[in-house]
Ligand binder design. Structure first.
Ligand code: LIP
Length: 262
């Protein structure tokens, strides 16, 4: 018996909200170059804001008393009531360039625990889901991490934060991983990367400077698939150093992270 009897209702809400956001962005991708703000290593699109409002609309209609926390603002985050955590377009720069690896991510957290989540990839036609009391699925089929036993055989995913500067520890981590793993890739969307670990396409994901909304839904999906997740360090303002693995390689990857970061 789940501690959260309504997990099926919560998951349905997360899926509807993620699809509302992702399908809005997909339908309007010819407007993907409408920019609200540009940064050295990131961009905020008009569609980021619109897609978030699509997700919030679904959430407020079905769960009017719950809190929401979104990448694009609305930080009425409090743990005294259920909180919906939304990244309307994760992989924004990929989306802006017309690359298909992006997603909409919606999770709901109750008493500090994510209990349901959905990561929806409109252009890849993949929808990852999980609740705290049910296994993770992609398009309704059970997913599991890989059983690759050694880093030398592994594909590891990582990312460079929008705050990257010369001397960022991420470069040291990237070098250390690249010298040990079969391959290291930067795909540009954390939630997609974590779902790739959850379904066995990659053996690990590491990133420094990633946000709660990037990992909330995908982290639950990974855990419910049988992968392992760990917040290695809280960095404030919802930022963190994060690790997700197939479990077998967790200690190796954690050690490389710790040895590479002063
Ligand atoms: C992105 C993350 C990615 C990170 C990028 C960016 P966004 O999120 O998913 O892992 O490396 O810098 O933060 O901004 O596209 O939602």
């Amino acid at each position: 018996m789940s501690d959260f009897p309504e997990t099926d209702v919560l998951l349905d809400g997360a899926v509807r909200a993620a699809r509302a956001a992702g399908d809005h962005a997909l339908r309007n991708r010819d407007r993907r170059n409408e920019v609200e703000e540009t940064f050295a290593h990131d961009v905020k699109l008009t569609l980021d804001l619109e897609a978030q409002e699509q997700a919030f609309g679904v959430i407020h209609e079905r769960f009017p008393n719950d809190a929401v926390l979104g990448e694009e603002g609305r930080m009425d985050y409090d743990r005294s009531r259920p909180c919906w955590i939304v990244d309307p377009i994760d992989g924004t720069v990929n989306f802006a360039h017309g690359m298909p690896l992006w997603c909409s991510s919606v999770a709901v957290e109750i008493q500090g625990r994510v209990v349901a989540g959905c990561v929806y990839l409109p252009e890849m036609k993949e929808c990852y889901t999980a609740t705290i009391d049910r296994p993770a699925e992609c398009n309704g089929r059970r997913i599991r991490p890989s059983s690759v036993p050694a880093l030398e055989e592994a594909l590891i995913l990582t990312g460079l934060s929008k705050h990257v500067v010369d001397g960022s520890p991420a470069f040291d981590v990237f070098k250390a991983l690249s010298l040990r793993a079969r391959k290291v890739r930067i795909m540009g969307a954390a939630a997609v990367d974590i779902c790739h670990v959850a379904c066995g396409r990659a053996e690990g994901y590491v990133e420094t400077g990633i946000y709660l909304w990037d990992i909330a839904a995908a982290g639950l999906i990974a855990r419910q698939a049988g992968a392992r997740t760990e917040v290695l360090q809280e960095l404030g303002d919802f930022k963190m150093r994060y690790l997700c693995t197939n479990g077998i390689l967790h200690e190796d990857l954690r050690r490389i992270m710790e040895e590479s970061i002063p």
